[in-house]
Design a protein around this ligand. Structure first.
Ligand code: ADP
Ligand code: MG
Length: 249
């Protein structure tokens, strides 16, 4: 059984069928890439996993529990976390302070900015935040101001903030979009390190085939709202259906 099982999902926007009978099975502990041409429905599908959109028909099961009709913050509490295309970090705060905030939020169930003032008395929170920074190889940058970092390091920081929520499934929509090659490679290393250290399942939407083939253990190809192929990476390269989809044939 997969940690995320999607069956026969359909979603239309007015007359436009964005998703048609989509099936997807993501196995626990794997990195599963979702690829496909622009407008194929990848982001729409991801939005159905986090409660931002509700499918018209079909089922989305996470750990055997339906996610349909569940509010986004409740889905997040069950262990599904999303990483945004532009890292959502507090640019005026230090790296450490950025990670302390979600550590507090996870423990107290709510985000409180003034929690940062109490930090000296909160050894468990400090230790957790340090561990998150160690996991993303940023502990030596703990006192840097977030705005001064490279894009790749901002992505690392955002990932540490995400890990503070103890996710079981991480969803990433084009995590390397707009990045220079060095930051892209930094992000590839980061995601494989996190998988090695924490065995977190990841669903990654990605355009960059170098990223896809560096990371994915399974690939689903979406075209015009339908999964046309789900297979191992070695069977995706050169697959006639995939080539046809990308060439628009
Ligand atoms: P991808 O992420 O694969 O590029 P999307 O999921 O963003 O594709 O979009 C799939 C299709 O659905 C596109 O034709 C897009 O224009 C349309 N679409 C996406 N979101 C909406 C929306 N909120 N309202 C209307 N149409 C939408
Ligand atoms: Mg998209």
């Amino acid at each position: 059984m997969g940690i995320l099982e999607v069956q026969n999902v359909n979603k239309s926007f007015g007359g436009l069928k964005a998703l048609q009978n989509v099936n997807l099975n993501i196995e626990e502990g794997t990195i599963h890439a979702i690829i496909g041409p622009n407008g194929a429905g990848k982001s729409t599908l991801l939005n159905c996993f986090v409660g931002k959109l509700v499918p018209d028909t079909g089922t989305v099961m996470f750990n055997g529990q339906s996610l349909l009709g569940i509010k986004p913050h409740e889905i997040n509490q069950t262990g599904v976390s999303r990483v945004f295309q532009t890292p959502e970090i507090f640019t005026d705060l230090s790296v450490m302070e950025n990670v302390l905030i979600p550590c507090f939020a996870k423990r107290d169930g709510a985000f409180k900015m003034n929690a940062l003032n109490r930090v000296r008395n909160e050894v468990d929170i400090q230790e957790k935040a340090e561990q998150m920074l160690i996991d993303v190889n940023m502990i030596d940058k703990r006192d840097m101001i977030a705005s001064s970092m490279s894009r790749g390091d901002k992505r690392r920081l955002e990932m540490a903030m995400c890990l503070a929520q103890d996710p079981k499934l991480l969803l990433l929509d084009e995590p390397t979009a707009g990045m220079a090659r060095a930051d892209t490679n930094n992000t590839i290393d980061l995601l494989s390190e996190i998988q090695d250290r924490r065995h977190i399942t990841m669903a990654v939407i990605e355009h960059d085939m170098h990223v896809v083939f560096s990371l994915a253990q399974k690939i689903s190809v979406l075209a015009q709202g339908t999964v046309i192929v789900e297979d191992l990476p070695e069977n995706i390269k050169g697959h006639p259906k995939v080539q046809e989809a990308y060439l628009g044939g």
